[in-house]
Design a protein around this ligand. Structure first.
Ligand code: SIN
Length: 253
């Protein structure tokens, strides 16, 4: 996946990510530049909000957990960076070190199917609703990072969005970033969000599970999936690097 891909192979991968949502490439040997070049085939690379303090290479998000960690990134169902006005269209996580004890898998959930499995009455109720997505929830509340001046991004997106390329509907709230649904009383918003999160967490048929091996790169369509990193390997370590690709369209109904 060094980026020296023929147009033919690129088109095949592009179509596969729309068809399957989560693609797993084993035995990849990439340096940072090659990882970024592969990402750029799909669009402009995203700079993660927590990289605002300036890293050597700010398009790379380091995903590192060790015995000293107090949290592991992504250890809850979420869609990447939905606090942004233009959340990433996809992310590519390249894991090079897996825990010696095993584990450290990542779960992915299909948000097309999550939408489809709702009753018609629930779909009708959610259509037209808007939710607020707040970067402070994970980045301050969970990761305790220092926010940039003015705070982390906070944006509104429809609760049900239409995937810009497949035209299919997607359930678009996630426990990582969504603070509330606009226009509802706080207790109504909480109950509705909790019901939708339970639906995701309690429906195994929505999910697949990636069992990482060193040098695995996984590319997911962030517009129609959620994922959950499983931290079941303390005190062992896991290391990877992620690039994400900025979408050129806002999530819209
Ligand atoms: C993330 O991108 O949320 C991290 C996922 C993982 O570490 O498996």
């Amino acid at each position: 996946m060094s980026g020296d891909l023929s147009n033919e192979i690129f088109t095949e991968i592009y179509q596969a990510h729309l068809d399957y949502m989560v693609l797993v490439f084993r035995d990849q040997h990439l340096d940072r530049e090659q990882h970024k070049v592969f990402g750029r085939r799909f669009g402009r690379l995203h700079v993660h909000p927590t990289n605002h303090v300036g890293t050597r290479d700010d398009e790379i998000l380091v995903v590192k957990t060790s015995a000293k960690s107090t949290y592991t990134a992504g250890d809850t169902w979420h869609t990447d960076v939905t606090c942004d006005e233009y959340p990433p269209l996809g992310s590519m996580l390249y894991i090079t070190e897996t825990p010696e004890c095993g584990g450290g898998d990542t779960l992915y959930a299909d948000m097309y199917l999550a939408y489809e499995l709702l009753s018609d009455k629930m779909k009708q109720m959610l259509e037209g609703m808007t939710a607020v997505h707040d970067g402070g929830i994970p980045y301050v509340g969970l990761y305790n990072t220092v926010p940039p001046e003015g705070g982390y991004a906070r944006n509104e997106h429809p609760v049900i969005v239409t995937h810009p390329e497949t035209g299919k509907k997607v359930l678009y709230v996630n426990s990582g970033f969504t603070s509330h649904i606009k226009g509802l009383k706080p207790f109504e918003s909480r109950a509705l969000l909790d019901m939708l999160y339970q639906h995701i967490a309690q429906t195994p048929s929505l999910t697949c599970r990636v069992e990482w091996q060193p040098n695995t790169l996984t590319f997911w369509d962030n517009r129609c999936t959620q994922h959950h990193a499983i931290w079941d390997y303390h005190p062992y370590s896991r290391y990877g690097e992620r690039v994400s690709i900025v979408a050129d369209k806002r999530p819209s109904a």
